[in-house]
Structure formats: C-alpha cells, structure tokens
Design a protein around this ligand. Structure first.
Ligand SMILES: C=C1C[C@]23C[C@@]1(O)CC[C@H]2[C@@]12CC[C@H](O)[C@@](C)(C(=O)O1)[C@H]2[C@@H]3C(=O)O
Ligand SMILES: O=C(O)CCC(=O)C(=O)O
Ligand SMILES: [Fe+2]
Length: 338
C-alpha cells in the first residue's frame, strides 16, 4: 500500500467541496475478459452505466506496481522540483489547477501524450529526476493498457456486429492517436482540515465531476475510495476500490460513435480521506483529423445522427474552452445547444 506524506496546505481554501453522498455501490458490472459472455456484458454495461470494471485483464501487476512506485517517488519530490516539470500545457506537472479555465481540485498530477514523439521529447523534463526507470514504466504500462483497451473495443464491435472489428481500436493503435496518460495524486487531508470540512457537512473534491471527452478511458488506483460515478437518475455512488482491476469509462466520442446507445459517464473523485490516492488513467483518443460520427454499420435504416459532424480536433479545441463540469457534447447535439 502506498502512503505519501501530507502536503503543505497553503491554499486549501480554494478547493471545492460538495454535499456528502451514499455508501459504496455494489452493482457495478464486473467483466471477466476471459469469460465467453464478456462481449455481451460489456455492451450491456456501456448502455446502462457507461462504466464497468474488468478483471482477468492480462495486464501484469508487476508492471502496475513498478509504475505506482515510480509515481510515488515523483510526487514525494520537493515542490520546486515537481514544479520544474510543469506547467501541464499540454503535458507536464500540474498542482490543484485542472485545465485552463479556473477549475481546481485537491490533486496534483502528471499529464503525458502517449505517442512516441511526445513520450520521447515533450515529456522529457518530467523524467529528469529519474529518467530511465520512470520512462520505461510509463511506456510499458501504456502499451499494455492500450492493448487491453483495444481488446475491449473489439469485443464491443464484435457484439454490435460492426465491421471491420478494428474500426474503434485502430484509432488507439494509430501512431497519431491523440491519447493521453495521467498520473493523479490526491494527498491525504490533514486530520484538522478534514474535521473542519466534515463539521460543515461537506466533502473535499479531488477531481470535479466531468465526462472524459475521448473514446474510452481506463482508471487504475491504489486501494482507496474516492472515485464516484453518476447513475442515469443523477445519483452519485461510490465505486468500491480494487487495485487489481481497471475501471473503464465510456467517453463522449464513443457516445457519438454509437449514436447515443452508449452514454459517457459523469464521474468525480472525492479526496475526503486520511489516506492518499494515486491513480493512473489512460485516455484512448482518436487521431486529430478523425471524424467523430456514428458508425455507419450500427445505424438502422432511416436512423439519423443525433449529432452535428465534427473532427476530434474540433471537439478537443472546444472542450478546452469549457469548464470541467460542463456538458461538452450539448453544443454538438442536433437538438441541443446552438
Ligand atoms: C477543465 C478541463 C480539464 C480538461 C480540459 C478541460 O478544459 C475540459 C476537459 C478536461 C479533461 C477531463 C478528462 C481528462 O482528465 C483530460 C486530460 C481531458 O482530456 O479532458 C482533462 C483536461 C485537462 O486536465 O487538461
Ligand atoms: O483519479 C481518478 O480516479 C479519476 C480521474 C479522472 O477522472 C481523470 O483524470 O479524468
Ligand atoms: Fe475522468
């Protein structure tokens, strides 16, 4: 188990809080990737929750532990050293500020691009403190998780009888895939601060509610609670932690590519704990020029796209003008915004 020291709380007051929510939700679909029913169950989970957990995923736990320990070493560095690996625009170290539009959370993080060009050049400053071990662990982890995600996407296309079966996975495998990787550290909250927040009946927000703009994301964390998803009726529920598994989120792009059959899942992280949380998130995205449009072989006769046409580059540019919690897809819905 990973325990990091507590941070200086110089600007704790800027961090958001939210109302308390119910206990652990035990109905999250658990998909055994080696089970013959996996394809059907993944599609059901994407339709019902936009979220599921995968077990028997084939990603080496040794690899995961190695990356977690490298990440912990990085986040333990003096603040000045970490700041030298920032700011995170687009890739690098960030602290409390999330994105370019004023969002904040009780989190520090590293953001990486996943294609070889980004890993070898733009992210170099991140690895200056521990060049080889960290870089290898990040590269190996990304490759293994990308493969697992491609397998999941091919199960989706098989089950939906979409041809060719790599129509989604090829976007993640493409050399120009605009996929991201993120290491998040939610420091433990000092007891006195936690007491003060709890007395006021609130929770500390680590990463505010949002949907991921990409196709699909995979979250793995140390054994800590904090991750919550919003159910279709809007209720927030807590995801029981499981450090051996991956939690998969449907992103906005997959919602569009399935013409709304799958819905991207709103999720958030509460940092309301005396224990620190370390998470690693792979965001599988398409190449910048890719058109994000419903897959033709999925459309019924006469079915019309619910969305206006756009490329990933256009969507990403508009997403980065929004606040974290905004509904970014609304602008592109034919019956939605302008
Ligand atoms: C507030 C923001 C942070 C974000 C870019 C944005 O303007 C809106 C989308 C946010 C998000 C959520 C999922 C991922 O963590 C992320 C890297 C992404 O692709 O979209 C973040 C962006 C970020 O942290 O820069
Ligand atoms: O840290 C987590 O568990 C999830 C973070 C997240 O949703 C994100 O980085 O987009
Ligand atoms: Fe997310």
């Amino acid at each position: 188990m990973v325990v990091l020291s507590q941070p200086a709380l110089e600007d704790f007051s800027v961090i958001k809080t939210c109302k308390p929510t119910s206990g652990l939700f035990n109905d999250i679909p658990v998909i055994d990737l080696k089970d013959f029913k996996a394809k059907t169950r993944i599609v059901e989970a994407c339709e019902e929750f936009g979220f599921f957990k995968v077990i028997n995923h084939g990603v080496s736990m040794e690899l995961v532990a190695k990356l977690e320990s490298e990440a912990v070493q990085f986040f333990k560095l003096p603040q000045g050293d970490k700041d030298r690996a920032g700011p995170p625009n687009p890739f690098g170290y960030g602290n409390k500020r999330i994105g370019p539009n004023g969002d904040v959370g009780w989190v520090e993080y590293l953001l990486f691009g996943t294609n070889p060009e980004f890993i070898s050049q733009k992210s170099l400053s991140i690895f200056q403190q521990s060049p080889e071990g960290f870089r290898c662990a990040v590269n190996e982890y990304i490759s293994a998780v990308r493969e697992m995600m491609c397998e999941v996407l091919e199960m989706v296309t098989d089950e939906l009888k979409i041809e060719p079966r790599n129509v989604l996975s090829r976007m993640l495998r493409d050399e120009k895939s605009d996929s991201f990787f993120r290491l998040n550290h939610y420091p433990a909250i000092p007891f006195s601060e936690l007491q003060a927040v709890r007395v006021s009946g609130r929770n500390v927000v680590g990463f505010g509610e949002h949907t991921d703009p990409q196709i699909i994301s995979a979250v793995r964390s140390n054994n800590t609670t904090g991750l919550q998803i919003s159910l279709r009726d809007g209720a927030w529920v807590s995801v029981p932690p499981d450090h051996h598994s991956f939690f998969i989120n449907v992103g906005d792009s997959l919602e569009v590519m399935t013409n709304g059959r799958f819905k991207s899942v709103r999720h958030r992280v509460l940092a309301d704990s005396l224990k620190s949380r370390v998470s690693m998130v792979y965001f599988g995205g398409p190449p910048l020029g890719e058109k994000i449009t419903p897959l033709p072989s999925l459309m019924e006769e006469g079915e019309e796209s619910l969305y206006k046409e756009f490329t990933w580059c256009e969507y990403k540019n508009s997403a980065y003008k929004t606040r974290l919690g905004d509904n970014r897809l609304r602008l592109y819905e034919k019956n939605g915004g302008n």
